[in-house]
Design a protein around this ligand. Structure first.
Ligand SMILES: [Ca+2]
Ligand SMILES: [Ca+2]
Length: 149
């Protein structure tokens, strides 16, 4: 908020003047991209954790006053490797592409399947944050990488 002082003066002799104050509130335009607090999140996984266990809490911020952030996992971005560093594809043995979910409002990532160490030693995927209150037609979106070891 700004406070503006306005002074009015007449041309008489002697001059007379009056002063008043006006409050000016600048409304914030939603024009900034949300950002994750980290570009890379690395988390060690425990095979014994039951389905629904919390894997990781991610955070993002957006400088606009009325920002409203939504988190998601980019399901096309999954990569997995076995303990010999060979690429693994998502199969019926361990369909890791369905293995995790993120709470769209809180950014909490949980397991949807038991983490299967016999199949994968390492999984990574992109997470995405979108500000759904953007004032422009451009999508306000950023991403970060999650690595689960
Ligand atoms: Ca702004
Ligand atoms: Ca924004």
């Amino acid at each position: 908020m700004f406070i503006l002082q306005i002074k009015a003066e007449d041309r008489g002799v002697p001059r007379r003047s009056a002063t008043t104050f006006v409050n000016i509130t600048l409304s914030d335009v939603n024009n900034r991209l949300p950002q994750f607090s980290n570009q890379l999140y690395i988390q060690y996984m425990n095979e014994d954790d039951p389905v629904g266990s919390k894997v990781l809490q991610v955070n993002a911020y957006d400088l606009d006053e009325d920002s409203e952030l939504r988190f998601s996992i980019d399901s096309s971005s999954y990569e997995a490797k076995d303990s010999f560093n060979r690429p693994v594809t998502s199969t019926s043995d361990y369909n890791f592409k369905n293995g995790f979910s993120i709470n769209e409002k809180s950014g909490e990532i949980v397991t949807r399947l038991p983490f299967n160490r016999e199949v994968v030693a390492f999984i990574s995927f992109h997470i995405v944050v979108v500000d759904i209150n953007s004032d422009s037609s451009e999508l306000q979106e950023s991403s970060a990488r999650v690595k689960l070891i």
